[in-house]
Ligand binder design. Structure first.
Ligand SMILES: NC(=O)c1ccc[n+]([C@@H]2O[C@H](COP(=O)([O-])OP(=O)(O)OC[C@H]3O[C@@H](n4cnc5c(N)ncnc54)[C@H](O)[C@@H]3O)[C@@H](O)[C@H]2O)c1
Length: 394
């Protein structure tokens, strides 16, 4: 594995240190060990609100210092990149402040809790780009090697013109009605439920894999469990103000048909993301539970030989594999965060635009908003506004 220890440094400051904070820390710790980078990330400081807990997290996760106010983190001279791993209600405020302070930004998905916030973030990113800063959204599943490879095959035309895309993203942690009313079930914190949490990923993947925007949707959403015990006070309950599940169909710009199902109440399904694309000349199929594999059917072969075959995506010329192990020695979930860090650091060093930028995050938000609008209107087909010309590539 190459090491890039003599390169100039990039100071990273991260806000939030729980699930995504731990995953991003893993990425920052490993990225310069696995890949040759023009800049070496330095884990300068992590921010939380509880002084003791954030100091403990800094030690555990490998951050040099701890802060208790994200404004102080942004102001640090040793921080050039702000990595936002907090719930969606704080993404816009932190990201815009960081961009205005001259910092690069990586922001977890969904970009914001609504379209207006996402729009303001795109505008801040555009102004910052003119000053040489970059802004990226953490849609980490783009960095699963099999999915990056799938995109490459589709872009090369191996599937021909696209007809279908079907995606599911299913979890079951919401199944028990005794489960507490965590922030993910409150609209003012999370924006939406399974839709923004899981749906954002599959909407982004659909647009990423095909290179086409979703142009309209027809949707149903449901909240099966309407009240839940309050965290820390199980005798009292509060209202669940987001969806538990969303089911929607849509169209891609080429006219291909797409379907999506996302749920937190799919008993037995833990983190089950599947996506399949069918074209005139072939099909691709992916299952996150077997993330080193990609199923490919080449429909141009004679029927007697054709059929889905399993590509083990662990060869050195598969995306991201040059940094890792010999063929057949598979990767896992955590590697997506290392790959995300790699792509972002390279874009910063090369003055490029990392993908997905904030405009792509906004476009996902527009699809989510159209899903909610359609669901409110008895599933009527609801067009999704296409990106404005000056948003593209932001
Ligand atoms: N890319 C993925 O696959 C993925 C997976 C899970 C979550 N997420 C996204 O990551 C974000 C965080 O989710 P999570 O699962 O890590 O949540 P979490 O509850 O595990 O962690 C949230 C963290 O933010 C901190 N925090 C909240 N408000 C803060 C503030 N004002 N200042 C400083 N710290 C603050 C909390 O203390 C906690 O450390 C969300 O946007 C979520 O949608 C992405």
């Amino acid at each position: 594995m190459p090491h890039s220890t003599t390169a100039p440094t990039l100071g990273v400051g991260m806000v939030g240190y729980a699930f995504m904070g731990a995953a991003h820390s893993q990425g920052w710790r490993t990225v310069a060990r696995a890949f040759d980078l023009p800049l070496t990330p330095v884990m300068a400081a992590v921010c939380g609100r509880d002084p003791e807990a954030v100091a403990a997290a800094a030690g555990r996760l490998g951050w040099a210092a701890a802060e208790t106010d994200w404004r102080a983190l942004i102001a640090r001279e040793d921080v050039q990149l702000v990595d936002i791993c907090t719930p969606g209600d704080s993404h816009a405020e932190i990201a815009i402040a960081a961009l205005e302070a001259g910092k690069h930004v990586l922001c977890e998905k969904p970009l914001a809790n609504n379209e207006a916030e996402a729009q303001a973030m795109v505008e801040a990113a555009r102004a910052a780009r003119d000053r040489g800063q970059v802004a990226m959204v953490g849609f980490n599943y783009r960095r699963v090697p099999a999915l990056a490879h799938a995109r490459r095959l589709i872009a090369e035309g191996r599937l021909g013109s696209l007809r279908h895309l079907r995606a599911t993203y299913l979890q079951d942690w919401g199944t028990d009605p005794a489960g507490p009313l965590v922030w993910r079930m409150r609209k003012e914190k999370a924006g939406s439920g399974a839709l923004g949490d899981l749906g954002a990923h599959v909407v982004d993947l659909a647009q990423y894999l095909t290179g086409e925007p979703i142009t309209g949707v027809s949707a149903q959403v449901e909240t099966f469990i309407r009240r839940r015990p309050l965290p820390g006070d199980p005798e009292r309950t509060g209202e669940v103000t987001v969806d538990d599940a969303a089911l929607f169909t849509g169209r891609l710009a080429s006219g291909a048909l797409a379907s999506f199902e996302v749920s937190r109440l799919a008993a037995g399904r833990k983190n089950a993301l599947t996506i399949e694309v069918n074209g005139a000349e072939g099909s691709l199929s992916f299952d996150l539970e077997r993330l080193n594999e990609l199923e490919f059917h080449d429909h141009t072969l004679p029927a007697a030989e054709a059929g889905f075959r399993r590509i083990l995506v662990t060869e050195p010329d598969h995306p991201y594999l040059e940094g890792w192990w010999p063929p057949g020695h598979g990767l896992g979930y955590e590697h997506t965060f290392t790959h995300q860090a790699r792509d972002l650091v390279r874009a910063i060093a090369e003055g490029g635009r990392p993908a997905p930028g904030f405009a792509e995050g906004l476009q996902v938000q527009r699809v989510l908003a159209a899903v909610e609008e359609s669901a409110r209107n008895d599933s009527v087909f609801t067009p999704v506004p296409l990106p404005a010309r000056d948003e593209q590539g932001e």
